[in-house]
Design a protein around this ligand. Sequence first.
Ligand code: FMN
Length: 310
Amino acid sequence: MAPLEGVSDTVFRQIIVSTAKPDLFFTEFTSADGLLSRGSDAVSENLLFSPPEAPIIAQIWGNNPDVMYEAAKLVAGRGFAGIDINMGCPDKTVMKNGCGASLIDTPETAASVIRAVKNGIRDAGTTLPVSVKTRLGTRSRVTDTWIPFLLGQEIDALTVHGRTAREMSNVPAHWDDIGRAVRIRDRMGVRTNIIGNGDIRDARRALEMYGRYQVDGVMIGRGIFQNLWAFDRSPAPHQGTPRELIRIMERHVTLFAETWGSRKSYAILKKFYKLYIHGFHGASDWRVRFMATTTPAEALALLSELSSEL
Ligand SMILES: Cc1cc2nc3c(=O)[nH]c(=O)nc-3n(C[C@H](O)[C@H](O)[C@H](O)COP(=O)(O)O)c2cc1C
């Protein structure tokens, strides 16, 4: 399951564990500078996870090798299955600071960052896989230079999101370029696993891509908003019934309140309501009512009203 900032926190990941669990989770991206700064408590909440979510990889972002070194050292002792470096975020503020996808245009810095993360893990006295998640370019596709460059850095896995930063998510993912990355890897004779990413809705389609493009894995992001059972591998993935979805939403809201208290805004939960409240007569009116709630307690009260009517 893809890292999804503002979505894939420990609470939502626990929900996904209870529906259909992916082989591997990633945390939301976590600022290395933030981890080392005074307000680091809020940032390190991104790194909170519970045992059933394992295996899970921590994703960090930054472009200062010294900071990335310290962040990796810190993260290495927290029980993660690996550390992933974000080199794909197209956010303007992130890129303006030379981080995320803008590392594609500064390959020497990218290489230093990778080295720093490896050294941080080593100096924490442990061994962990190091991976990178990237795009095909910033403004135009530079697959044929950028991918071999990254593959020359001895990384354990490389997730290729098949779009440039400028393309955001506005065009279909260029899966042919992902296939090309696999061929480049084979030609170079390195062991890096290639994970393809972009527009894959569920496990069934992921398995198709796995066969067609010879990737080692497929990452699914927004597909989870279409079906909570996106990672169900059966030929006909489960679709929740309205009652089932409501029970899951109850658990989501409760777990959110227990885990975050007032530390995270209740508004975050509203992103999920469409996922739970659909598929029955009057669902859109109920959604309007849920969107008007302002606390978990209000949402839970409304949920019990709804379940008595369904
Ligand atoms: C709401 C949202 C948050 C995201 N947050 C992150 C993130 O923290 N780190 C990251 O590497 N990519 C992030 N992405 C990109 C996704 O991981 C993924 O690469 C992208 O959505 C394409 O995959 P998909 O078509 O399966 O959704 C985010 C995407 C969305 C929609």
